[in-house]
Write a protein that binds this ligand. Structure first.
Ligand SMILES: *Cc1c(COP(=O)(O)O)cnc(C)c1O
Length: 396
């Protein structure tokens, strides 16, 4: 007999550090937009893998690539070359708007750490400051949590890493004012994810590019959440038509398998020189196989276009709802990255949806955030949206 959710939870209570707030449910298998718990309940998931599972659970081409690769070669350290890692880098590079070269690692935080180190290594000795934005989220390592300009994540961890300056998101004047002779870079999520699906005001990202050019700064795009097709373009930088110097990727890069990358312009990349940075598992052969399969699947199944169409379907429905439901403050998003800001705390909505077997996320307290699989069938989209509508109508 497989263990029940209750039995699995008691294992955690005894043996797993309780640093996460978890729902009282153990998940055991998934397929597409569906996931099952230990009791056999089936859920529709509009937030699979926190946005990592770009094609939902266990997409066949990725499963096949991982199975084949794991039977051939699981891991080779970076003291050797592998074809998989080289091809993966080429395929990513060709889809960015700046070419560039890749450093591989295992999480969004690590990719951003690599970016922070590259900024410091590339810049003159007296230049080390990085400007980041209020409401941002860049990860949980000491460096990236410092880059994350949200005081609630800093409590008890001080002293933080020196050299970060925080400014309001969307305020070009404030950025210009914050630049001094020690500033080396501006680091930003082109669309804030955890901060509440915040889309930048028109002209903001091009404005940052210009400030960087005028002041000799590097522009770092954290595309851990927006990258790899989520916006309906390969990267949000393509969507906004702005060229960064450095870009970081994780979450959906391997369709839910562990993998991450930092890409940097060819002129900057060599400053991450031998001896200055490394990762034992970075660019691991299985991750590379999953990453390559992910890129192929996006293109062979036309998923960039699908992400756009899917996102429109979600947003149209939320916009209709907003017209006659006072509880919705604003609907935001690009492609399959959708946010609905409520006038009240959103926890009730997550809870009620889960009771009705729909999994969603609420971030920043009051923003319903959906990062659905880009190939979610429309009938499931509508079924889930019916549940959300019903829950929002009933209210908190
Ligand atoms: C999730 C996220 C991170 C952190 O990624 P981890 O893999 O959890 O370290 C960093 N930046 C953004 C924009 C994210 O959404």
């Amino acid at each position: 007999m497989p263990r029940s959710s209750k039995e699995i939870i008691s294992l955690f209570d005894s043996f797993v550090i309780p640093n996460y707030k978890r729902y009282p449910v153990a998940l055991v298998k998934g397929e597409g937009a569906y996931v099952w718990d230990a009791e056999g309940n089936r859920y529709i998931d509009f937030f699979p893998g926190w946005g990592s599972n770009m094609f939902g659970y266990c997409p066949a081409p990725v499963v096949k690539a991982v199975q084949e690769q794991s039977a051939r070669l699981i891991h080779v350290p970076n003291s050797w070359y592998t074809e998989e890692q080289g091809l993966w880098a080429k395929m990513l590079s060709e889809r960015t708007n700046f070419g560039g070269k890749a450093f591989f690692c295992n999480s969004g935080a690590e990719a951003n750490e690599a970016a922070i180190k590259l900024v410091r290594l590339h810049s003159a000795e007296n230049k080390y400051k990085i400007i980041t934005f209020q409401g941002s989220f860049h990860g949980r390592t000491m460096g990236t949590v410092t880059a994350t300009a949200q005081p609630k994540y800093h409590k008890g961890l001080e002293p933080l890493l020196p050299g970060f300056t925080y400014v309001p998101y969307g305020d070009l004047g404030a950025v210009e004012e914050a630049i001094d002779e020690e500033t080396a870079a501006i680091m930003i999520e082109p669309i804030q994810g955890e901060g509440g699906v915040r889309v930048p005001p028109k002209g903001f990202l091009p404005g940052l590019r210009k400030l960087c050019d005028d002041h000799g700064l590097l522009l770092v795009f954290d595309e851990v959440q927006t990258g790899c097709g989520r916006t309906g373009e390969w990267f949000a930088s393509n969507y906004f038509g702005v060229v960064p110097d450095i870009m970081t990727l994780a979450k959906s890069i391997c369709s839910g398998f562990v993998g991450a990358a930092m890409l940097a312009k060819k002129e900057i990349a060599p400053d991450l020189r031998p001896g200055m940075h490394a990762s034992t598992f970075g660019g691991n052969s299985i991750a590379a196989a999953a990453g390559i399969a992910t890129i192929k699947m996006v293109e062979e199944e036309g998923l960039l276009e699908k992400a756009k169409v899917l996102g429109e379907r979600f947003k149209n429905r939320f916009n209709q709802l907003a017209e006659n439901l006072d509880i919705i403050q604003e609907v935001r998003g690009v492609g399959a990255m959708i946010g609905a800001e409520l006038k009240v705390e959103g926890a009730f909505c997550v809870e009620q949806c889960m009771k009705r077997k729909l999994l969603i996320n609420c971030t920043h307290g009051n923003v319903i955030r959906l990062l659905p699989a880009v190939n979610t069938p429309f009938d499931l989209v509508d079924e889930g949206l019916d549940i959300i509508e019903d829950v929002l109508r009933k209210g908190a």
